[in-house]
Design a protein around this ligand. Structure first.
Ligand SMILES: Cc1cc2nc3c(=O)[nH]c(=O)nc-3n(C[C@H](O)[C@H](O)[C@H](O)COP(=O)(O)O)c2cc1C
Length: 149
């Protein structure tokens, strides 16, 4: 059984829906998962010896949604180095925009920079091909859940 904090960045609720389905799937596998919207660094730090799953869309021109920017900025300015953090990442975007999944890519790059350990590959969901993002994310989460110790 693993403990997972699911951190959401959303504008219109798609990423939240994906996160809530992920929470249910992980719970069904015997893990303890909790979704955080408008999270802060204290929430993130609770999972230092556990797992985090970042589920974020992209807005503007490859930007993170406002709901997750404060977390991103405090990780960037306060943590610096977090080699014990194990994370997964689901990025929602739309390939008709120039910076496809730019928000998720920025988050992944920050965690890589800080030596966090990614578990599995980043999932990128293209809204122009998959209007129901959970149809892509649910199978990915089922697999991701098997990688947790
Ligand atoms: C104003 C606006 C800007 C967007 N900019 C991008 C972008 O730069 N890159 C991208 O991949 N997707 C972009 N998208 C697509 C969204 O990320 C995508 O529709 C996503 O599913 C929205 O999820 P959410 O409801 O959780 O915010 C944009 C969407 C809107 C409405």
């Amino acid at each position: 059984m693993a403990v997972v904090g699911i951190f959401v960045g959303t504008m219109y609720g798609n990423a939240l829906l994906v996160a809530e389905e992920a929470e249910a799937i992980l719970a069904g596998m015997g893990h303890k998962a909790t979704v955080y919207e408008d999270s802060d660094l204290a929430d993130w730090q609770k999972y230092q010896s556990d797992y985090v799953l970042v589920v974020t869309s992209t807005t503007g021109q490859g930007d993170l949604p406002d709901s997750i920017v404060p977390l991103f900025e405090s990780i960037k300015t306060t943590l610096g180095y977090q080699p014990e953090t194990r994370y997964g990442i689901i990025a929602l975007g739309d390939s008709t925009y120039a910076n496809f999944c730019g928000g998720g890519k920025q988050f992944d790059a920050l965690l890589q920079e800080q030596s966090a350990q990614r578990v599995g590959e980043m999932l990128m969901i293209d809204a122009s091909e998959h209007p129901e993002p959970e149809s892509e994310s649910n199978p990915w989460v089922e697999n991701w859940g098997t990688l947790l110790k």
